[in-house]
Design a protein around this ligand. Structure first.
Ligand code: FES
Ligand code: FE2
Length: 441
C-alpha cells in the first residue's frame, strides 16, 4: 500500500500526481538495481562537482569521485571551466588523485603523458614511436559538460540533458534573493555509510521523522503538519517550507515561557523573550521586523531582497535525485548521498555549509561548532559510526540509516506504507522507476 494521490498540505500550484508504484526493498539492496542506476540514472542528471573557490587560477583542478566514475573540473586560460573524465587516454590510469590540485599541466603518473588544462595532449615519451606519428595535439581527454550556478560547479555526462539552469528549475529563481554567488563553503564534511544512498534521500523527502528523530528542533522550528508546505515541481525536484522562529504546534509552547532555542533566537535580534511569555508564537513576526530594521546594519546586505518567509523560515530543497539544499538567510546546507562504486548497501554522505560573507564577521556557528568564516575551515572525511560528527542533526538522520538497511533486508518487509505527507517519497521513486527503466529522459 502506498500514498493516496491527495493534495492536502501540498501547495495546489505545485502538486503532482503519483501512481502508487510499490516501493519494495529491491531498489535498496540489489546489484541489478544499482547497475540500472549506473546505466540510466546517473549519466542523465547534473552533478554538483565543487565550488568555484577551488578554481580561482588557470590550471586549478577539482576532482569529484562519483561511484565508479571520477571527473575533474579544470580552470582554463580564458576563465572558462571544463570537465573531463579522470582517465588517461593512453592506457586508462586515473590522472588526478587528490580532491584539489593545481599545475600548469595534467600529468599521468604511469608513462608521463602530459595534457594542457584544455585537455590536449602536449607531451609523450618517444613521440615518434606511434603509428601515425606524434599523438601530441591530436589526442585529448574525454570531455563532459560543465556549467556553473551561484558558487557551484556542476558536470553532466549526457548531451541531451537540459542546460543546468533549466534543469535546476525553479531553484535559480526561487533562491536568487539569498545571493548565494559569493557565499563561502566553511564546512566540507563527508563520510562512508553502510546503507543505500536512497535511504537518506527518502529521509529528506519527508518531515514525518522530525518529532521522533530531531525532537530538539521542535522549540524553534514548527514541525506541525498544518503549517508545513510541501511543493513538487514539474522538473522533478521537490521542496518543503518549514516555519522557523516558532515552536511546534504539536505541543503547547505558546501559553508559557519562551522555550530554549526560540529564546536565544529572539535574543540574537535584540528581542526580550520575557516580553513574549504567553504568546511565544508572535516572536517570528518580531524577528522579521528586527531583521528588516537591523539586518543591513549588521552586514546582511541580502535581507532587503528577501520575502518575510525567506527571512525566518527554512526552505528545504530536495533536488532529484540526490542533492539537498536547506536554505536560511544565514546558512546554506548542502546534503547529499552518492552511490558506492560497487556495493548497493553502502554510500558516501556529504555535508557542506556555506555562509554569506558579512563585513566584520570572522567566525560562524557551524553544525559541528564554531569555525573561521573561511573556505573549507573545517574539511574532513570519516566513516559514519567512528565518532566523528557530521553535525548533530545529520548524525540523527544517519543514525537510522544502518538499521533501516538491515530491516529492508528482511524477507518480512513487504514494501513501504506511506502517509499522505510522504508523497514526495512516492514521487521520487516513481521518477526513479521511470528513469532506471528507460521510460523518462
Ligand atoms: S596510462 Fe597514462 S601515460 Fe600511460
Ligand atoms: Fe532529518
Amino acid at each position: 500500500m502506498t500514498a493516496e494521490p491527495r493534495i492536502s498540505r501540498f501547495s495546489p500550484e505545485y502538486d503532482q500526481p503519483v501512481r502508487g508504484d510499490p516501493i519494495t526493498a529491491e531498489r535498496y539492496v540489489s546489484a541489478e538495481w544499482m547497475e540500472l542506476e549506473n546505466r540510466n540514472l546517473w549519466p542523465r542528471v547534473w552533478h554538483l562537482g565543487g565550488v568555484l573557490a577551488d578554481l580561482q587560477e588557470e590550471g586549478d583542478v577539482i576532482r569529484h569521485n562519483f561511484g565508479r566514475e571520477s571527473v575533474i573540473m579544470v580552470r582554463q586560460a580564458d576563465g572558462a571551466i571544463r570537465a573531463f573524465y579522470n582517465t588517461c587516454p593512453h592506457r586508462g590510469n586515473r590522472l588526478i588523485l587528490g580532491d584539489v590540485s593545481s599545475a600548469p599541466r595534467i600529468s599521468c603518473s604511469y608513462h608521463g603523458w602530459q595534457f594542457d588544462p584544455d585537455g590536449t595532449l602536449v607531451h609523450v615519451q618517444d613521440a615518434d614511436d606511434f603509428a601515425g606519428g606524434n599523438p601530441c595535439g591530436k589526442v585529448t581527454l574525454s570531455e563532459l559538460r560543465c556549467e556553473t550556478w551561484g558558487p557551484f560547479v556542476f558536470w553532466c555526462m549526457d548531451a541531451d540533458v537540459a542546460p543546468l539552469r533549466e534543469w535546476l528549475a525553479p531553484f535559480p529563481e526561487r533562491l536568487a534573493a539569498y545571493g548565494l554567488e559569493n557565499w563561502v563553503r566553511v564546512l566540507n564534511l563527508s563520510c562512508d555509510c553502510d546503507f543505500n544512498w536512497k535511504i537518506i534521500r527518502d529521509n529528506f523527502n519527508e518531515s514525518y521523522h522530525l518529532p521522533t528523530i530531531h525532537p530538539e528542533l521542535s522549540t524553534f522550528i514548527n514541525d506541525g503538519l498544518p503549517t508545513t508546505l510541501f511543493e513538487m515541481y514539474p522538473s522533478g525536484h521537490n521542496a518543503m517550507w518549514m516555519i522557523g522562529h516558532q515552536a511546534t504546534t504539536r505541543k503547547d509552547y505558546v501559553s508559557g515561557d519562551v522555550p530554549p532555542g526560540l529564546y536565544e533566537a529572539a535574543e540574537a535580534w535584540g528581542i526580550d523573550p520575557k516580553a513574549y511569555r504567553g504568546r511565544t508564537d508572535a516572536i517570528r513576526e518580531a524577528v522579521i521586523a528586527a531583521k528588516r530594521a537591523h539586518g543591513a546594519g549588521r552586514g546582511y546586505t541580502s535581507y532587503a531582497a528577501m520575502s518575510d518567509q525567506q527571512l525566518v523560515d527554512y526552505y528545504h530543497c530536495t533536488l532529484f535525485p540526490n542533492l539537498t539544499l536547506t536554505m536560511s538567510p544565514e546558512q546554506c546546507q548542502i546534503l547529499r548521498t552518492e552511490p558506492h562504486p560497487t556495493d548497493p548497501e553502502k554510500c558516501v554522505f556529504q555535508h557542506w555549509c556555506l555562509y554569506p560573507p558579512v563585513a566584520g564577521m570572522t567566525e560562524v556557528d557551524t553544525p559541528v561548532g564554531k569555525a573561521r568564516l573561511a573556505h573549507d575551515a573545517i574539511a574532513r572525511h570519516s566513516r559514519y559510526g567512528d565518532g566523528e560528527s557530521l553535525g548533530f542533526v545529520a548524525d540523527q538522520d544517519l543514525s537510522i540509516g544502518t538499521t533501516q538497511q538491515q530491516g529492508l533486508n528482511s524477507r518480512g518487509f513487504r514494501g513501504c506504507i506511506l502517509s499522505g505527507q510522504e508523497k514526495r517519497i512516492q514521487r521520487f521513486h516513481e521518477l526513479l522507476d521511470d528513469m532506471v527503466h528507460g521510460r523518462r529522459a
